[in-house]
Design a protein around this ligand. Structure first.
Ligand code: NDP
Ligand code: MG
Length: 389
């Protein structure tokens, strides 16, 4: 008899978290949510806690925890409410959990992810930032504790499916597909006038605001190149990007005999989440199959490297390795924050990241502490650039 996989969702109140909740609703015999975390959105966290009745709920801080407890006193059984970094670590190592979904935006999920692996849990990772920042540490820890790291990011989930059971020496290239974002056809002169509301309109995916801006600058795809490098162990020069505006093919693997395996599906994050939750099994789920005659045609283009330098910056950072990917990632995160606050222009995001990558030295084989220090230094360097104007 198969019992539902017992899952903790870190970042349950976000876009990926909500898709994970939909999967749990659709497949109750496959997935049972035993722990959830949120950050600012207390109201939604309380609603999810009432619906899924997890044993443990983690929130931002003490005052949020007190409010949440009040909200949940009438729930039976009332969950244990924990908070802050400690709360996330508690959830990541929850005794009854088998699989921890990391769907926190940015790098706050890194320590919980490592703690989960050490506690013998498998991971399903959406938070690409933690793999970019410390992919080597995460993958080495997973190997040491013989745990799985299952990708939720749609491109990596696609690659995972295409690579399964293949001999890695027969792989010539991994090809990540990229929608091109809202500015695929923009004129160079218009880029400087892009506002947050323009950049937040993604043509094919509905996601949280940070990743939507990353999709508009193409830093999302740059981060995904480094993410693929760590997850699958191929060098950066074997990882390419092709623009595919329909977002139907989620990525491809090219083999040495010239074969190209592609993974295609509806562009709905429920599918990669379901596939990670039920791995290695496949079960019927809530996503409809593709109707190819209705789609009609698929298109492919080369990325416009001259206008969108993010891919090249990410390739440089990934090739250099050491702390450079953490520097790129943190500088981008801080620059996106400033752009969303309308403090810097769209094109400044690339300029700030490029400048900080030149300013800060990369440490070749860093410890986790050195990676975290590099992350802080890069955020600070972006702030200094902004203050200087
Ligand atoms: P959202 O912004 O929608 O959600 C982020 C989640 O993280 C929320 O639950 C939020 O809580 C929580 N959170 C934010 N800051 C912190 C913090 N400092 N500590 C703890 N929790 C925090 O993001 P998405 O769901 O879009 O993205 C999540 C991750 O998944 C990102 O790394 C993204 O790159 C990746 N991803 C997302 C895809 C998508 O389709 N959305 C696709 C592929 C990858 P609250 O809302 O309560 O404040
Ligand atoms: Mg993706």
């Amino acid at each position: 008899m198969f019992s539902p996989r017992r899952v903790v969702v870190l970042g349950a109140t976000g876009s990926i978290g909500e898709s994970a909740a939909k999967v749990a609703r659709a497949l109750p015999d496959q997935m049972k949510i035993v722990g959830i975390s949120g950050y600012n959105n207390l109201k939604r966290l309380a609603e999810l806690a009432k619906e899924f009745k997890p044993s443990t709920v983690s929130t931002k801080d003490k005052s949020h925890a007190e409010q949440l407890l009040k909200e949940l006193t009438s729930s039976s059984p009332a969950p244990l409410v924990v908070e802050g970094e400690e709360g996330l670590l508690r959830l990541a190592t929850l005794p009854e959990a088998e699989l921890i979904v990391i769907a926190i935006v940015g790098t706050a999920g890194l320590k919980p992810a490592l703690a989960a692996l050490r506690a013998g849990k498998n991971l399903a990772i959406a938070s690409k930032e933690i793999l970019v920042m410390a992919g080597q540490e995460v993958m080495t820890t997973a190997r040491k504790y013989e745990r799985q790291v299952l990708p939720i990011d749609s491109e990596h989930n696609a690659l995972f499916q295409c690579l399964e059971g293949r001999d890695p020496t027969t792989v010539r290239r991994l090809i990540l597909t990229c929608s091109g974002g809202p500015f695929r056809n923009i004129e160079a002169s218009e880029l400087a006038h892009v506002t947050p509301s323009m950049a937040l309109r993604h043509p094919t995916w509905s996601m949280g605001s940070k990743i939507t801006i990353d999709s508009a600058t193409l830093f999302n795809k740059g981060l995904e190149m480094i993410e693929a490098h760590h997850l699958f162990g191929f060098p950066m020069e074997k990882i390419d990007v092709v623009i595919h505006p329909e977002s139907i093919i989620h990525s491809m693997v090219e083999f040495i005999d010239g074969s190209l395996l592609a993974h295609m599906s509806q562009n709905d994050m429920m599918l990669p989440i379901q596939s990670a939750i039920t791995y290695p099994r496949r079960v019927p789920g809530p996503c409809n199959p593709l109707n190819l005659p209705e789609i009609g045609a698929l298109h492919f283009e080369k990325p416009r490297h001259d206008l969108f330098p993010a891919l090249q910056l990410a390739r440089e950072a990934g090739t250099q390795g050491g702390t450079m990917p953490a520097i790129l990632n943190a500088a981008n995160e801080k620059a996106v924050e400033l752009f969303l606050e309308e403090k810097i222009s769209f094109t400044s995001i690339w300029n700030y990241v490029a400048t900080v990558m030149q300013q800060l030295p990369s440490i070749p084989t860093p410890t986790l502490e050195e990676i975290i220090e590099a992350d802080h230094a890069a955020r600070n360097a972006v702030l200094q650039l902004y203050k200087r104007g």
